[in-house]
Design a protein. Sequence first.
Length: 234
Amino acid sequence: MIANNIVTVRDRIRRAAAAAGTDADAITLVAVSKTFPAEAVREAHAAGIRDFGENYLQEALEKIAGVRAEGIQWHFVGQVQSNKTARIARHFDWVHSVDRTRTARRLSEQRPGHMPPLNVCLQVRLGGGAERGGVAPRGLQQLAEDCRPLRNLRLRGLMGVATGPDPDITRRDFQHLRKLYDDLRVRFPDMDTLSMGMSGDLEAAIACGANLVRVGSAIFGERHYSPPPDGSGT
Ligand SMILES: *Cc1c(COP(=O)(O)O)cnc(C)c1O
């Protein structure tokens, strides 16, 4: 079932890219495996997925230790609490949800020197809502400048979650993030990642220029629980 779902999602990406006149092969599919077991990750890996996203640190660490498959890139996409930064810096390849200078500094300080720099996206708050976290657009440039001297981070781009469910609002949010990304790239030309789009809105995101989509339920199925608020990540 997971393999079939991946075929369907890849097909959606291909169609959306074709409609947008962009190259589907240049769009990274991150399979968001939160709440699903290591076995589901192995199944997706066998179907060709190499990028996995997690929100809850404790759950993620157990999975990372349990999966042991070749060539996986682990992406942390959940809220980053200060007491989690050391473990995130040690066990992940990417963090999509950096929204404060303090978090960026801690991740850089705590990234082990023998590892490659941690790939980072700055999460931007879209549509004025604060629930999902993210830096306000007016604070984005300063946050990016604060990341410049951090040697163990590599600033890759921006991440956002549309406030939907209205498709017009979703599109407005994605267009907004695209504009912030284009504007910021004038000063940060090495940025190459626009992380936006999930199961329900990946077409709209790709139409607006996303080159990384984070897809959970369309691959793994409906999530039946949220891990308890025990400090494990959200
Ligand atoms: C859970 C989650 C996703 C995946 O959501 P789906 O709607 O299941 O595709 C993507 N991004 C973030 C930040 C998430 O928390």
